[in-house]
Design a protein around this ligand. Structure first.
Ligand code: KIV
Ligand code: ZN
Length: 531
């Protein structure tokens, strides 16, 4: 268990489990490991690394994360209220020094009647049996006397309060050390949720033996507000995700929870163990890996979060930043558009800059990035921090276990008013010295490129989402292209970066095709919630 004091909120991150359940956000094991490493450095208290029974890949990811980081942070695995799930979770977690099993069972009337087809007494019985089963299983390890065990009554926010109290009381009696109160469908409002936690505190006789946790979904845009209302009422764990990733509209955003607690410490009277300058870098990492772009005006980690446009604001800021700024950009590791170096700055200065942006690059990667930086300086008048980060991030991806089967050799397009958009694409397949070339026409030059790529690779991807944004301002800015395709009903994404948006888009599409080709589980994961 972490050395969490009563006035310290345990930050339970579920980016790798609930976050990964967002459509199109599935991650491979190497990517999960990379995020887990950053979560550890961020200082989260618990990492929910996955749902081990869901698939062999999920199991492997949880086991690897448990082995790698289980001595630094509590690693948690999710399980339904079933022996097979709990056994599988334990198998994945048991080598971690600090581990937690998270067992859940729905309790709301609608779930009881239509999903589980279980009566109240059956829910109570199953809760007690499976929590005890988990406790005994974890106690089989000689160093564990009080297992770190979480129980969640799924859809708690729509459960009758008195029944919820009964379930929670029985779960604690059976050995749960954390009782999590999920607002599974994002139905609660802040006062409703606060009342729910207060009711549990007042009516569950053994509530002081467990930590109360919140797990709020964002369907009404209230996930963060509801979680904070829970904290006000006495919850001491908050479940959340980086960038608010998660099922449907997502979960409570970790960065917002943490900065609200920190900025309004005067009101909440609690703190977290989070190393806040790491918030911005991890937000970018998760966005890059999942392909889920962060909206510009997103609180805390959006590009505009610290941008002051209005003259009156700028004037006030010059006198005293606190006139219009409640947090300092440095507090969250915000990287703005600082003008950086030119090509004459040299390797040393560039290395220092890379370091101060929070990256440690292996020599070979550093060399590649440096050469690209020099090339970029020739193409672009001003090179900014954001440009350097974009270059670095395009290489970090190379470490993932997605092997790029196809590489882009060249792309040419022809388009214009009253012209037939045409593209010629040349790709090289891994292990084949002979590049493959094809040309296609389409609705526009990009459509033509995508069609040519589909023909060369033989993978039929349907375009589902396409976005281009400029990394910085200015006419010569680098363009970052994001592509999401559907292959056999499963979503894959890719990103590309270049001062030429046609090339960036071609790279992004090819990246998505490569991901689809290397997917070991090319169909959507469907898991019944219960028997
Ligand atoms: O939203 C939810 O109810 C969940 C549970 C598994 C905790 O994610
Ligand atoms: Zn959830």
């Amino acid at each position: 268990m972490s050395a969490t004091q009563p006035d310290t909120i345990t930050i339970f991150d579920t980016t790798l489990r609930d976050g990964e359940q967002s459509p199109g956000c599935s991650m491979n094991s190497a990517e999960k490991l990379e995020i887990a490493k950053s979560l550890v450095e961020l200082g989260v208290d618990v990492i929910e690394a996955g749902f081990p029974i869901a698939s062999p890949d999920d199991f492997e990811a949880v086991r690897t994360i448990a082995r790698e980081f289980g001595n630094r942070t509590v690693i948690c695995g999710l399980a339904r209220c079933r022996k097979e799930d709990i056994d599988r979770a334990w198998e994945a977690l048991k080598e971690a020094e600090k581990c937690r099993i998270h067992v859940f069972l729905a309790t709301s009337p609608i779930h009881r009647e239509f999903k589980l087809k279980m009566a109240e007494d059956q829910i109570l019985k199953s809760t007690v049996e499976m929590v005890k089963y988990t406790r005994d299983l974890m106690c089989s390890r000689s160093d564990i006397t009080t297992p770190n065990l979480e129980f969640s009554p799924e859809d708690a926010a729509r459960t009758e309060l008195d029944f919820l109290c009964q379930v929670v009381e029985k779960a604690i009696d059976a050995g749960a050390t954390t009782v999590n109160i999920p607002d599974t469908v994002g139905y609660a409002t802040p006062l409703h949720f606060k009342h729910c936690i207060e009711y549990l505190k007042a009516n569950v006789s053994n509530i002081n033996k467990a930590v109360i946790s919140t797990h709020c979904h964002n369907d009404l845009g209230l996930a963060v507000a509801n979680s904070l209302a829970g904290v006000e009422a006495g919850a001491r764990q908050v479940e959340c995700t980086i960038n608010g990733l998660g099922e449907r509209a997502g979960n409570a955003a970790l960065e917002e929870i943490v900065m609200a607690i920190r900025t309004r410490g005067d009101f909440y009277g609690v703190k977290t163990n989070i190393n806040t300058p790491k918030l911005f870098p991890i937000s970018r990492l998760v966005s890059r890996i999942t392909g889920m772009t962060v909206q510009r005006n997103k609180a805390i980690v959006g590009q505009n979060a610290f941008a002051h446009e209005a003259g009156i604001h700028q004037h006030g800021m010059l006198q005293n930043r606190a006139t219009y700024e409640i947090m300092k950009p440095d507090d969250v590791g915000y990287v703005g558009s600082n003008l950086v170096l030119g090509k004459h700055s040299g390797r040393h200065a560039f290395r220092d800059r890379v370091k101060s942006l929070g990256f440690e690059l292996e020599t070979a990667v550093f060399e590649k990035v440096f050469q690209e930086f020099i090339t970029l300086c020739d193409k672009k008048k001003d090179v900014y921090d954001s440009d350097i980060i974009a270059l670095i991030e395009s290489h970090i991806g190379e470490k993932s276990d997605v092997t790029d089967r196809w590489k882009l050799i060249s792309v040419q397009t022809f388009a214009g008013a009253n012209a037939i958009p045409t593209a010629t694409v040349e790709l090289q397949c891994e292990g084949d010295p002979q590049p493959k070339r094809d040309a296609a026409t389409g609705d526009g030059p990009l459509d033509a490129i995508f069609l040519a790529m589909k023909r060369i690779t033989g993978v039929a991807g349907t375009l589902r989402n396409f976005q281009v944004r400029s990394v910085t301002g200015g006419e010569d800015a680098q363009g970052e292209s994001f592509v999401e395709i559907l292959v056999n009903d499963k979503a894959y994404h890719g990103k590309g970066i270049s001062t030429d948006i046609i090339q960036a888009s071609a790279e992004a599409y090819l990246k998505a095709l490569n991901r689809a080709m290397s997917d070991k589980q090319p169909t959507k994961r469907v898991l019944a919630q219960h028997d």
